[in-house]
Design a protein around this ligand. Structure first.
Ligand code: MN
Ligand code: MN
Length: 525
C-alpha cells in the first residue's frame, strides 16, 4: 500500500528504487484493497444468519431504561455488550454512572457505561463508535403485531424493539470487526467504543463521563454516531441537527380564577394578554416576527441551494406520512431548507387555561404559553433569549396591561453542524458507493439530537452521523424494525468505512507531515 513508502526503512533505498517500488505498489495496493473488500463482503453475506441471530439475542433483553423494574435487564444488557466487545480482544472498562433518584425518592444505580479500546497503533487513525443498548418501552398491547422482544422477520424486515435504535447498528459495527478478524486481516484503524445504557432517558451523566475521561479521547481522531436513519430509501450521511430554545411566557392577573359572568368586562384578563403575545411571534406564512431573530442565520449560498435539488425526498410520501395536504412551501428544496437550515417557531400549548371538553365560563388568573424556536447555525441561545424577551416585553407594554409578565427560557439546546469535508465524510461517501453503488444524500435532521453537539463541544473531535437504518424503521414507535438488507449492508458499510478511512487519513497525514513532503520532493527530483 502507498503508505508503506512513508516508513523510514525506505529512506535507505536509492531514489530510483523508491520510484520503481511506488510504480509497482500503487496499483497492487488498489487491487489488494478491492480484493480485501470482496472477501469481507463475501464473508458478511455468508454469515448473515449468524448476525441476525445475534440481533435476536440482544433484542430479547428488555433493556428499557425508563422502567426501574427492568433495571436488572438493562444491567444484564450492558454486561452482555461489554463481554461481546471483550471477545474482540478489546480492553473494556465499565464506568460507574452514579445513582438515579426515582419519583418516590428511592435511589437505584444507573447502568455503567462502557469505554473500550481495540488497537493502539500510532500509525493508524483512531475512530470511536458511540451507541446505546437501552431501548424505548414496548408492550405487545401497545399495538405491536409481533412480540417486541422477539425478533420476527416478515418480508425482509426484522421487527423488534431496539432493532434499529440502537442495537442493530452497534452489532453491525461489531460484526464488521469480527469479519476482519475471522479473515485474519489487519484492521486498518484503531477502534474505541463508548456505549451507554440511558440514552433514551436523556443520557444523564454522559457529559460528566466525557469530561472525566479526557485521556480516553486524547488519541481519538474521529467519532461516529450511528443512531439515526436515512431520509428515504437512499443511503445518507447526516451532517447537521437543529437545536431548540423552549420558552415559557407567563401572564398573571391575580391569585384566583374568576367567573366570567360576574367579572367579565371589568378585568384585564391574563388569557387575552397571552393570546396577543403568542400571536405576535409568528405570522401565517411561518415567518418569525421577533426582530433580529434571522440576523445570525447563515445566508443560503448558490452552492448550498443546489444541494437540495439532488436529495431523494418524496413530497407525496411526506403528505402520506403526515396526513397533511398543504404545506407552507410547495417545492422539495424549500421544504428541506425550512426543516433543516432555517429556524422555526412552534406554539405548543397553554397551561392554566381551560382545556377540558365542554364549556366552562372561567377567567383564568395565571396562564403560561409554551413555544419553542428550533435553532440553526449560527444562532446563539443567549442572543435568542434576549431578543425573545425584548420582543415580548415591547408587545406587552403596548397592551397597557397591569398584569405580571414573566418570560423564561426552559431548554437551550445548540444546533450541530459538521464539516462535510472532514476525512471521515469523504471515507464514508466512498464506502457507501462501494457497498450501495450510489452517492449518499447529504442530509440534516430538523429535530434536536443533543449527542453530536455534546460530543463536539466536550471532546473537540470530528463527529459524523452515519446512519444505516431506513426512513421507515419506526424508532420509538410500535413495530420498530431494521431491514435485513440494511443490517447486513450496514455491516459491509462499516467494514468498508474502516478501510476507506485509513486511506483518507493516511493521505491527510502525507499532506500535513513535512517529513513525508520531503520524501516526495526527493523522489520527484
Ligand atoms: Mn437512539
Ligand atoms: Mn431512541
Amino acid at each position: 500500500m502507498p503508505g508503506q513508502m512513508m516508513q523510514p526503512s525506505f529512506l535507505h533505498c536509492s531514489f530510483s528504487a523508491i520510484l520503481i517500488l511506488q510504480l509497482i505498489m500503487l496499483p497492487f495496493g488498489a487491487d489488494a484493497s478491492e480484493k480485501l473488500l470482496e472477501d469481507l463482503f463475501l464473508y458478511i453475506d455468508a454469515h448473515q444468519d449468524d448476525f441476525v441471530q445475534s440481533l435476536k439475542d440482544w433484542v430479547a433483553v428488555p433493556s428499557d431504561s425508563s422502567d426501574p423494574q427492568l433495571r436488572e435487564e438493562l444491567n444484564r444488557m450492558v454486561q452482555i455488550t461489554a463481554e461481546r466487545i471483550r471477545t474482540l480482544g478489546a480492553t473494556v472498562q465499565q464506568v460507574d454512572m452514579g445513582m438515579e433518584t426515582l419519583h418516590g425518592g428511592q435511589t437505584i444505580p444507573f447502568p455503567p457505561a462502557i469505554l473500550a479500546q481495540l488497537g493502539n497503533d500510532t500509525d493508524k487513525a483512531t475512530v470511536c463508535f458511540y451507541g446505546h443498548v437501552d431501548v424505548q418501552p414496548a408492550k405487545k398491547e401497545d399495538g405491536w403485531k409481533t412480540d417486541p422482544y422477539t425478533i420476527t422477520e416478515i418480508n425482509g424486515n426484522l421487527y423488534g424493539r431496539g432493532a434499529t435504535d440502537n442495537k442493530g447498528p452497534i452489532l453491525a459495527w461489531i460484526h464488521a470487526i469480527d469479519t476482519y478478524q475471522a479473515l485474519k486481516k489487519d484492521i486498518p484503524v484503531n477502534l474505541k467504543f463508548i456505549i451507554e445504557g440511558v440514552e433514551e432517558t436523556g443520557s444523564p451523566g454522559l457529559e460528566e463521563l466525557l469530561k472525566g475521561h479526557e485521556d480516553f479521547f486524547s488519541d481519538v481522531d474521529y467519532i461516529v454516531i450511528s443512531d439515526n436513519v436515512w431520509l428515504s430509501r437512499k443511503p445518507a450521511l447526516t451532517y447537521g441537527t437543529r437545536g431548540n430554545a423552549y420558552f415559557f411566557v407567563e401572564v398573571e392577573s391575580g391569585k384566583k380564577d374568576l367567573h366570567s359572568g360576574t367579572f367579565g368586562g371589568i378585568i384585564h384578563e391574563s388569557m387575552r394578554d397571552l393570546v396577543n403575545l403568542l400571536a405576535s411571534l409568528v405570522d401565517t406564512s411561518g415567518h418569525i416576527l421577533i426582530p433580529g431573530i434571522y440576523d445570525d442565520v447563515v445566508p443560503l449560498t448558490k452552492e448550498e441551494n443546489e444541494l437540495y435539488e439532488n436529495i431523494d425526498f418524496d413530497m407525496e410520501e411526506l403528505k402520506n406520512n403526515t396526513e397533511v395536504n398543504t404545506f407552507l412551501y410547495n417545492t422539495k428544496e424549500k421544504i428541506l431548507q425550512h426543516m433543516w437550515r432555517y429556524p422555526s417557531l412552534s406554539i405548543h400549548g397553554i397551561e392554566g387555561g381551560f382545556a377540558g371538553v365542554g364549556t366552562k365560563t372561567v377567567i383564568p388568573s395565571k396562564v403560561i404559553g409554551k413555544f419553542s424556536i428550533r435553532q440553526v447555525p449560527n444562532m446563539q441561545i443567549p442572543v435568542v433569549e434576549k431578543l425573545v424577551k425584548k420582543h415580548l416585553e415591547d408587545v406587552f407594554a403596548k397592551l397597557n396591561s397591569p398584569n405580571k409578565l414573566t418570560v423564561s427560557l426552559e431548554i437551550g439546546a445548540m444546533p450541530w453542524m459538521a464539516n462535510v469535508n472532514d476525512p471521515q465524510y469523504e471515507a464514508a461517501k466512498i464506502a457507501i458507493r462501494k457497498v450501495f453503488g450510489v452517492t449518499p444524500d447529504m442530509i440534516r435532521d430538523g429535530s434536536t439530537i443533543p449527542l453530536a453537539r455534546t460530543f463536539q463541544d466536550l471532546t473537540k473531535k470530528k463527529i459524523m452521523m452515519l446512519p444505516i437504518g431506513g426512513a421507515d424503521d419506526g424508532e420509538h414507535s410500535q413495530n420498530e424494525k431494521i431491514s435485513r438488507s440494511n443490517y447486513i449492508q450496514g455491516t459491509k458499510l462499516f467494514a468498508s468505512f474502516f478501510l476507506e478511512l485509513s486511506k483518507v487519513h493516511e493521505d491527510l497525514l502525507t499532506k500535513s507531515n513535512p517529513k513525508n513532503v520531503k520524501i516526495t520532493q526527493l523522489i520527484g527530483s
